[in-house]
Design a protein around this ligand. Sequence first.
Ligand code: BG6
Length: 478
Amino acid sequence: MGLPKDFLWGGATAANQCEGGYQEGGRGLANVDLMPLGKDRYLVGTGQKKMFEFDGQYVYPAQEAVDMYHHYKEDIALFAQMGFKTYRLSIAWTRIFPNGDEDLPNESGLAFYEDMFRECKKYGIEPLVTINHFDCPMHLIKTYGGWRSRRMIDFYVKLAKTLFERYKGLVRYWLTFNEINMILHFPFVAAGLYFEEGEDPTQVKITAVHHELIASSLVTKLAHEIDPENRIGCMMAAGSYYPETCAPEDYWKAIGDNRESYMFIDVQSWGYYPNYALKWVESRGAIIPFEKNDKKILRENTVDFISFSYYSSRVSSANPDKGKQTESNIFASVVNPYLKSSDWGWMIDPLGLRITMNELYDRYRKPLFIVENGLGARDTIEEDGSIQDDYRIKYLKEHIQAMIDAVEQDGVELMGYTTWGCIDLISNGTGEIEKRYGFIYVDRDNQGNGTFRRIPKKSFYWYKKVIESNGEDLSIES
Ligand code: BG6
């Protein structure tokens, strides 16, 4: 019993949310750099407000983020102190290809990540690399319209090929696209989509996601050819929808909402669009822009494992006016009266993680990997300089227990668990750093003040013990 001995414990970050250094080492400009702090962030992220250049009236937190670009050695050393077996990070596309369509990569960017991977290896930490975590070169957005263009497939494949060749032997776990289902909800961030007047946003999103699915399959094939040791995962923003009541209409609505999340992972895992997805597209008056060979490409190159983020379950109601709505990781949901919420209104549901794991494993029958889970909360520094984040420990303890139950009692195959934002970083949804997830506090506030000093929180020492005991000791010392 217990978790497998080689279970991959660790933490996760994304380049644009932690690196900063947005103009260093020849890096080009990306969509994620242009995501402002404040209320317009949502409009920009959903492709409703155009933000193709910096505008002096906004703050852009990704420009400096938590300056991991200059602190990565210190940060990886801290991860190693916690005993990480894996560290999930993403590549900033514009460090490797600043414009996205160059013939040759930027050596300085390649060297930067090589050094990060070597640093990880020094401590026996296995890198888990997201090739694309919400970033797209602005040049590709301005010139080709982001992922609505089929040309993007070639640019992305070139990026991935460059990475596979350069990091062969250093990296073996790869994720093609972070939260591919996010395209439907946050399309400028997820696929570089800004909608021009008169365009049908649904058609544009379907086109873009089809291109990403083809790109993902081609890259899966390439990864296996370049190094048979490579393991490729898809990545889904997960969290099952419950029906608000046992009324059949509510249950039916929940099935539909869940399918909207599964839809693209089904393609990556099964190798084809299921019938309900084809009907979903058709009923919206849209088409999937299939080209010759596309179906073959999808069929022959399915992923090796299913990775996902889980923060919360969600609730569906057939009655659009009924129930108070909450924003849960950009996915709308009716408030669940049985659950407590975080400071940002995200419902907290550890059993929901076990439910989600079971549903995913029943559906795909491939190993799972939880690559994001955690609590965004406000932390305070005590007079003695410590950070007593018992609320975060409680959240993680309960979720880890639910995860262990799914493995031990339900037989779910699970490769590993990486908490989100193992070091404080910029929130994707709100742009705040003060929505903190980390085991490591970073001295920086929403207005951009602070020294970037790193301070281990109480949860840092707790997680160290959890990893050391392979999940057997989850106890909290007071
Ligand atoms: C996931 C993303 O959606 O949730 C991350 O993959 C993101 O990039 C995380 O940061 C938490 O969301 P937020 O809005 O609290 O940053």
